[in-house]
Design a protein around this ligand. Structure first.
Ligand code: SF4
Length: 411
């Protein structure tokens, strides 16, 4: 069987920093877009040579705000990707997790867009480039929420962008929402969900806000000025989300992700299933054949290393070591057998189908019950895990305290 790899490209620019965001992204650096595009294209070409034996399973352009780039810059990036990696664009029939037969392109190719940074022309251009999935960062439909979060767009901007995407022919759209934000109640959240459901995106992600150090929200939190919903409200928000979305035809396939049948995000499933993935661009992460690493988060170092055309000739043969020497690849680590098993468990259990004991054995050559039997038994007794037909998965109560449950699988 062919080896496969999933590709992630990071675009670290935004119009403005949101108040909760600690991602590596920069505002007001429009003058660097071209240099960054050139650097990223060079990194793509280099990696295309290093990973020429791999078939591309999915592509995800994330950020930051990828849609902030000019159309010709995005075009250059995608053309370089197509020239450097094997990306198949033909269609296949496949079964969704709920066994409906639908026709989807073989390679899922997603791009993150922020409302207010795309217009119909740009979206049509993405479609022409072979991008077949759009992920809109909306977070909320409420004007006060959007302002408080520091978002650059209104709900009307989202509607315009969403309609533009449909018009451009996108039939696979995700909307990112944020739960448990300051001042949110179950009622206000349900209004957000209802507003978004009207547009029937194929996929909805609903993650809870995490207050990260170094953000404006953290400063407010420290000073007691951030009124976050209490734990009970947060749990209620989670339950009602599931209830309302299931009534609308979505199903939860991962702790925070909902999809119409057949529209689960294959790229993200790849992360939870521990497929090979290669990150390119600033601060991107990779894991290929159980070796993990991260790209530098130093923008000027990244630009200057890839500004030198010689790097494309110099690299032949030495590959990853060379990029590590140049300070691009950092924190390179070969995962131990134990770490791989732990990851298999705590990533796999995030999905509602959980993990297959047989797959554990096939992957690690070790009996599942021998390795995890006592932990599973204890968590089953507490009603946090369930076992059925050789699968182990979280119960609803287990999802409630998933962080605690997943931590039990560290050996
Ligand atoms: S748009 Fe996304 S990446 Fe950019 S600042 Fe806001 S949350 Fe961060």
């Amino acid at each position: 069987m062919n080896k496969t790899i999933r590709l992630y490209l990071h675009i670290p620019f935004c119009v403005r920093k949101c108040n909760y965001c600690d991602f590596v992204s920069f505002a007001g650096k429009e003058d660097l877009f071209d240099d960054y595009t050139n650097a990223l294209c060079r990194e793509i070409r280099i990696n295309g040579k290093l990973y020429q034996d791999y078939e591309t399973a999915s592509v995800y352009i994330g950020g930051g705000t990828p849609s902030i780039l000019k159309p010709e810059q995005m075009e250059r990036i995608v053309s370089t990707l197509n020239e450097s990696f094997r990306i198949s664009g033909t269609k296949e029939k496949r079964k969704g997790l709920r066994r409906q037969r639908i026709i989807r392109p073989v390679t899922e190719f997603s791009i993150e867009c922020n409302p207010g940074t795309v217009d119909k022309k740009k979206l049509k251009g993405y479609k022409k480039l072979g991008i077949n999935r759009i992920s809109f960062g909306l977070q909320s439909s409420d004007p006060d929420d959007l302002k408080m979060l520091g978002r650059i767009h209104t709900f009307d901007d989202f509607v315009e962008s969403f309609e533009g995407a449909r018009e451009a022919g996108f039939d696979n759209i995700n909307v990112d929402l944020m739960q448990a934000i300051p001042g949110q109640s179950v009622k206000s959240w349900m209004r957000v969900l209802a507003m978004v459901s009207i547009w029937k995106p194929e996929h909805i992600s609903a993650y809870s806000l995490i207050v990260e150090e170094g953000t404006p929200f953290y400063e407010k939190y420290k000073n007691g000025e951030l009124m976050l919903p209490d734990e009970e409200t947060e749990r209620d928000i989670y339950y009602y989300t599931r209830e309302l979305l299931e009534k609308s035809g979505y199903f939860r396939y991962e702790i925070s992700n909902y999809a119409l049948p057949g529209f689960e995000c294959r790229h993200n499933i790849g992360y939870w299933r521990r497929d090979n993935y290669l990150g390119m661009g600033l601060n991107s992460s990779s894991m290929v054949e159980n070796v993990r690493w991260k790209n530098t988060e130093d923008l000027s170092a990244y630009l200057s290393v890839f500004a030198d055309p010689k790097i494309e000739e110099d690299i032949s043969g030495s590959g990853a070591e060379y990029l590590a020497e140049k300070g691009i690849i950092q924190e390179r680590k070969i995962l131990t057998h134990k770490e791989q098993m732990e990851e298999f468990m705590f990533l796999g259990l995030r999905m509602n189908g959980g993990i297959r004991k047989q797959e554990f054995f096939d992957t690690f050559g070790q009996d599942f019950d021998f390795t995890y039997g006592p932990v599973v038994y204890e968590l089953k007794t507490k009603g946090l895990l369930e076992e059925l037909d050789g699968r182990v998965f979280l119960t609803d109560r287990g999802v409630d305290v998933s962080n605690v449950v997943l931590a039990e699988f560290l050996l």
